[in-house]
Design a protein around this ligand. Structure first.
Ligand SMILES: *Cc1c(COP(=O)(O)O)cnc(C)c1O
Length: 381
């Protein structure tokens, strides 16, 4: 009997060691990790440069609170906002917290309460973000949600007519992650942008999963026509240490004044060291071009090699890839784990691949072979 609350459906596997794309469980079995802590370890496990920077910081100071100057916070904010219309950052510890900050900001900024989000979206587990999230299973049993969230069909032009002068903000993921790796169409985003401008509706992009290089650019919105007022970040930002952030335009940022918002842990020196080292590694044009190239290769190979009787579509951008199946994916995911490849679902019918952004071509080839093998076995059965 476990002393933990039963909030997760866990496998029996315990991962005890990791390096790059490879992890080892408590029995000594090794796996190719294409989950990466659910899009968290974008630099792979224990990248030597990040480990060295963290070890140096462990010998300096770990936590000081936001009562003091934190130079690393200033530097990470600079890095996240350079060459961007988003010019201010606030640091916290998770995706849901970053989204809460965005929600508070947009409520105070606009004085309105209506927020448009989308069906199948995921924005986190706090009370307000449960309301923002467009999935019933997340809300079951909790009663009345925070008022004001309207959930519209994603990628549908007709849904945009629900954006009016009553609307404070429209809030979306560029690629719905938990919702099935569904990529927003550029034409739809362009129309959404126009509609928002027409009524001075703010745009919030939840980049908690898509940000920090995952899709082959610093942020996913940078490959689209969308110009958000606020974006939120977390998962990949700290390479495994808990870091969340909100980025805002200078105009939006003025809404928060001393006392408006805060976090005890947010942006502490250890977390900021992890974030700074992560950005040092990931944000070069060469690394981003490489992520795009590897993503295209991966999707093209899967498209070519997987049996059409089981796989209905391959989606994604950069190294955020979804394999939609005609059957429930849980048994396929179990079989892949048995075969030494770790992948996660995105809803009942989609296998999600989230490898290290430094995954090698050889590792991609191995993963593709394993997925092909497991799908073919399923066809034969
Ligand atoms: C994971 C995720 C969140 C929630 O992040 P937590 O750190 O678990 O609070 C929010 N939005 C998106 C798009 C996510 O993928």
């Amino acid at each position: 009997m476990s002393a933990l609350l039963p909030t997760y459906q866990r496998t029996d596997v315990e991962l005890v060691k990791g390096q790059g794309s490879i992890v080892e469980d408590a029995t000594g079995k090794t796996y190719l990790d294409f989950i990466m802590g659910i899009a968290v370890c974008n630099t792979g496990h224990r990248h030597p440069y990040i480990q060295q920077r963290l070890e140096e910081q462990l010998n300096q100071i770990w936590h000081t609170s936001n009562l003091f100057q934190i130079a690393a916070q200033e530097r990470v904010a600079e890095r996240l906002t350079e060459d961007s219309h988003l010019s201010r950052a606030f640091f916290c510890n998770s995706g849901a917290e970053a989204n809460e900050a965005a929600y508070k900001l947009v409520r105070k900024w606009t004085g309105k309460t209506e927020v448009v989000t989308f069906k199948q979206s995921f924005h986190g587990r706090t009370f307000a973000m449960m309301g923002a999230t467009g999935q019933e299973k997340i809300k079951a049993g909790y009663g009345e949600m925070v008022n004001g969230f309207k959930h519209l069909p994603f990628n549908e032009m007709e849904s945009l007519s629900a954006i009016t002068e009553q609307t404070a903000a429209v809030w979306l993921e560029i690629i719905q992650g938990e919702g099935g790796v569904v990529v927003a169409d550029d034409a739809w985003l362009e129309a959404l942008m126009k509609k928002a401008q027409q009524y001075d509706v703010k745009i919030i992009v939840d980049e908690v999963q898509t940000g920090i290089g995952r899709t082959g650019s610093r942020f996913a919105f940078e490959q689209t026509p969308l110009v958000p007022d606020i974006i939120t970040l977390a998962k990949g930002l700290g390479s495994g240490l808990a870091v969340g952030a909100l980025l805002a335009t200078a105009e939006a940022a003025e809404v928060f004044t001393p006392g408006s918002h805060g976090s005890t842990f947010g942006g502490n020196p250890l977390a900021m060291t992890a974030a700074e080292a992560t950005l040092d590694l990931l944000l070069s044009d060469t690394v981003m071009a490489d992520v795009q190239g590897k993503g295209e290769y991966l999707r093209q190979q899967l498209e070519e090699k997987l049996p059409k009787s089981i796989v209905s579509s391959i989606r994604g951008r950069g190294l955020m890839v979804g394999i939609e199946c005609t059957m429930p994916v849980a048994p396929l995911i179990d079989a892949l784990r048995e075969n030494g490849l770790l992948v996660v679902s995105a809803g009942p019918h989609v296998i999600r691949l989230l490898p290290s952004l430094f995954v090698t071509e050889q590792e991609l080839i191995h993963a593709i072979e394993k997925i092909q093998l497991v799908c073919q076995q399923e066809v034969i059965v």
